[in-house]
Design a binder for this molecule. Sequence first.
Ligand code: PAF
Length: 294
Amino acid sequence: MPHSTNALQLHMVLFKKITQLQQYLAKAVTTGQQIGFVPTMGALHEGHLQLVKQSLQTTQLTVCSIFVNPTQFNDANDFDKYPITLEADIECLEQQGCHVLFIPSVQEMYPTGVQASQHYPLGNLENVLEGAFRPNHYQGVCQVVHRLLDIVQPHQLFLGQKDFQQCMVLQWLVDFLALPTQIHIVPTVRNTQGLALSSRNTRLTEPQQQQALAIYQNMAWLKTQLKPGKLTALTEHIKTNLLAAGFEKIDYVAICEPTTLTEVQEWDGQTNLVVLVAAFLHGVRLIDNEYITI
Ligand code: PAF
């Protein structure tokens, strides 16, 4: 089903069915085209479009998917409230020059039902941070991305750094499945004030988005305060600041070793770090992170 805008004569091809998408992609691959893949859950913003841009620059055929995957929501309320903006998403992708959009139904993705058919042995990645606070979330992410990678068979996969731990999980998945897919992690896109763009931000009003900036501001402050030694006082200080800024609940503020996500209690000043935050503001769970290179 071709879908095109008249203004720029862009031609993004849209598929709902796996077999039709695969026939289309098979032809492209026989002509030697490299496939770049951007998996999303829609409600697209500039962060997603950066992934598409990177894919367009790196590969010959960019495929984006929009599928709000029910199996990765540990909170039914979050799933129910997840923003759906399909028409606007299609428009954005076309304007960006995306070649193919895949929008499957739940039935198409999970014809035998949504229950998991395998357990992914993610190890510690599932016990810490997002893994600890969102039970089964990464099992659902692996389930859907495994299925999408089987369907699309991309050469390159584009992921946003905002979901730092998800990037690690998906690198683990690609290695576990021994896929030839190369992962590109694209830096977080922020608004002019520093707020990380996120589909969930659209559930916050403008003044609430101003409040949400406290996460970025505190991560920036942390960078100026880091010195070798114990780090707990810094994370505690940030938690206090976030509560004072109006956040109602903090899941974590953690300073970790970036390749393992092990929390660094005492820093030797020699290793890179990543600071990761997850906190609720007006019922919306926001996450963000900053990579700190020495
Ligand atoms: O990051 C997301 O939007 C989702 O977790 C993903 C990777 C599209 C899987 O549903």
